[in-house]
Design a protein around this ligand. Structure first.
Ligand code: UT7
Length: 330
């Protein structure tokens, strides 16, 4: 089937909690050091949501900014997709909470969960709805409040994560611009490397689960690290191949922000110069679904992208999942 139109990012916005938690603050909580965190991860500080601030609150702010930028009103939205592993509640979907608060009365709404790759899965789904002509405007939000599922006594994980949200609006474009390709992958055999055990139907969140801290994120860091280094470069190349483009045509790589060493290893394998790779990990830590769209929204807002620029968005996460999209900026 030859599609006559494309799907492009026409609006963007991000929202971050005000509270900054530095490495030095963490030194007071667990047996760690600013030096260890900086050299092993590249993180200097992260944002932490206020006790009253839930995923939908940050998502709503980001969504409002994205709608304004796209110069459309909420009633013009056909679909809202929220990628998150930390919804406000198990159900209803956070997307429905946002739909209501935005007043997007004509939109369908659902949440999607693909770990830290969630935003790219959302972008990929939204793209198909727009370019097929089914919908004109799709809002995609990446939001995570990982601080709520972090064990603040576990130095292996608590130094890594932060909270944040970002949103984009997709709208119709020429077929040869906008999101040019999608590559999504999964390997459930690696599910045990990164998970929260309790709170689902396998292990309800009862007193026994709470006693053992099973409501918190558990991770086999080195296993995820090895997988990530391999998949970031592989997925970038595959998405470029599907777009019919080469590495030399890439203006910017926007990688998932989990560890500076992972980003550097991928960058070197792809032979990209540091200026072509967007990094916000130092300021925000790993914000899961929000990391890539926050980097994208902040760079777009700063006027860093020119029409025709080729961006590669690439990520990996719990599942295991991975994905990449090539975007020609309009
Ligand atoms: O979004 C996807 C989610 N996650 C990721 O992508 C994470 C991928 N993995 C990583 O980024 C890295 O594996 C980590 C940053 C998590 C860990 O770095 P590493 O270089 O793989 O360290 P390690 O786990 O091999 O631990 C090395 C040492 C250990 O001590 P011993 O056993 O050698 O004595 C740890 O106990 O560092 C220790 N350690 C710490 N020390 C100070 C672990 N965490 C800390 C800490 N502060 N926060």
């Amino acid at each position: 089937m030859v599609l006559k139109r494309g799907a492009a990012i026409i609006g963007w916005g991000s929202a971050l909690p005000a509270k900054v938690l530095t490495n030095h603050d963490l030194e007071q909580r667990v047996d760690t050091s600013d030096e260890w965190i900086r050299t092993r991860t590249g993180i200097l500080e992260r944002r932490i949501a206020a006790p009253t601030e839930a995923a939908s609150d940050l998502a709503l702010q980001a969504a409002r900014t994205a709608l304004k930028k796209a110069a459309i009103c909420a009633q013009q939205l056909d679909l809202i997709i929220v990628a998150t592993v930390t919804p406000d509640m198990i159900f209803p979907a956070t997307a429905c909470l946002i739909q209501n608060r935005l007043g997007a009365s004509l939109a369908g709404a659902f949440d999607l969960e693909a770990g830290c790759t969630g935003f790219l899965y959302g972008l990929s789904v939204g793209r198909e709805f727009v370019r097929s002509g089914t919908y004109n405007h799709v809002l995609i939000v990446g939001v995570d409040i990982l601080s709520r599922i972090t064990d603040w006594q576990d130095r292996n994980t608590c130094v890594l994560f932060g909270d944040g949200a970002a949103a984009v609006v997709l709208g119709p474009s020429q077929a040869e611009e906008g999101i040019l390709s999608t590559y999504l992958g999964s390997d459930g055999s690696g599910g045990e490397f990164l998970y929260v055990a309790a709170g689902g139907s396998r292990l309800p969140l009862d007193n026994e689960a709470l006693k053992h801290g099973l409501q918190y994120t558990r991770m086999k860091g080195p296993e995820v690290f090895k997988f990530a280094v391999r998949i970031m470069a592989d997925a970038t190349l595959e998405a470029l191949n599907r777009a019919g483009l080469g590495l030399e045509e890439v203006s910017y790589l926007i990688p998932h922000q989990a560890n500076q060493r992972i980003i550097d290893a991928a960058r070197k394998r792809l032979k990209l110069s540091p200026e072509r790779v967007l990094v916000n990990l130092d300021r925000y830590g790993n914000m899961s679904s929000a990391s890539i769209p926050v980097a994208l929204a902040e760079a777009a807002e700063a006027g860093q992208f020119q029409p025709g620029d080729v961006l590669v968005l690439v990520g990996f996460g719990a599942g295991l999942t991975w994905g990449a999209n090539v975007v020609k900026w309009i």
